[in-house]
Design a protein around this ligand. Sequence first.
Ligand code: NAD
Length: 501
Amino acid sequence: MSTTESKTTSETVLTSVNPATGETIATHPIADPEAVAAAVATARTAAATWGALSYPERKRYLLRWSSRLVAVSDELCDLIHAENGKPREDAFLELMLVLEHIAWAAKNAEKVLKTRKVSPGATMANFGASIEYRPLGVVGVIGPWNYPIYTPNGSIAYALAAGNTVVYKPSEYSTSIGNFMAKTFAEANPELPAGVFITVNGYGATGAALVTSGVDKVAFTGSPGTGKRIMAAAADSLTPVLLECGGKDAVIVAADADIKAAADAVAYGATMNSGQTCAGVERVYVDRSIRDQFVAEVKKVLSNVHPGSDAKAAYGPMTMPSQIDVVRRHIDSALKNGGTAVMGGLDSIKGPYIEPVVLLDVEETSEAVTDETFGPTVTIRSVDGIDEAVRLANNSKYFLGSAVFSRKHGVEIARRLRAGATSVNSVLGFAAISALPFGGRRESGIGRIHGAPGLLEFADPHSIAVQRFAIPGMALLSYKRTESTMKLLRRIVPLIHGRHK
Ligand code: NAD
């Protein structure tokens, strides 16, 4: 093949590979801006049908999709294992969470988005007032690869339940999985028009084309850098964006914590999915009085935890090869900045697999503490009490998840954390409870997925004010307003608003 031909192929075809073996899994045509525009047009046509359905009708279609996913779960978990690298059991757990979220969104959309009457207030008492929620239209969803079904589904299922159609650009590292999800939706609901939930495939350029394609909202999950580029591109047309970006989640282990339980949860939260979890455990602040016992317990748990692709593997390979360099750089930075590797180190990086790495008392200015590592590593720092732990945990450019281990003061400490979510005496509990919103601020993004706020992200509030009758002499919104009306108002307003002590 000539260089020109190979360049042409790589520009038009995306080849999906198994991260553990490098084997080709599938090829997908790359959508150029014209193909993206065509997909959005198809979704816009479908939105007229989908958006006009009642909530119970949409619920039925969404739940039928769930049942279809259950029916093909073995095939889906095999595909996730092959394309993303994670163990099949982890893939199944991810599917379970997806099903929970589809069910929650389908069953709660009507309750959250139904028309509600509101009080018009004393001076507008002749009006009826209500808020109606309308679908936005077409939502462009751009996803990452680390939780290739769970993460984008936080936008897809909620956008669909709110009456929007979805054009989804899966990550270039999970394209086959993304297409599998859209295919199963169509298989479950053959009577629906094409375009209720469809994909466009490709790299960043395809995502960029989706952002400027005229969609009514962009829901993005990925790195903060890409999130900023998307927001800048969307600014031109004032297209609203929902951004779910990275994290550097802190865990506080208080002096009164159940040390074994905390160590078990930290070991899991730091290394599962090869540490490629936006709300995974990256930093731990443990009370000095229990530090040694805690570290010993973490090491004990992790001594039986190994990556691989076999049935016994606790987690798989790094899905995105370039992330391995980031992990290497962070371990190196930790070791050069006061840290000690009490488990593993630079030689824990073995091809696409990285063994667990535990780093002790790294300086807070090290990249290993300030930036998202996204690998199976964790920093543990001793602190003198909760005030120091809270101060260090909050000293981050991220604002996503967090966890607290304390027998008596868990919720109290949780309330002091600057984060979108906190699990008390567990890690990541908030991400598995559908009714709880998930998301952050600052480098962690804008907006929330999941729960009622996750449905409201995909609906336009439409305020309707109906004048039920005219009050003679009280035409406030008219040039017919009289002097006596103003005299009356000058007496009434102080009575309503001027008596507070
Ligand atoms: P990424 O930013 O590299 O890519 C994400 C998606 O954006 C991909 O589909 C990519 O093709 C697309 N993209 C790239 N450039 C684009 C552009 N200019 N315009 C539009 N789309 C573009 O992120 P990633 O490496 O796939 O994912 C890992 C990151 O995602 C981590 O930072 C992780 O913390 C974060 N993440 C966040 C959450 C959350 O809910 N907060 C969940 C999972 C992952």
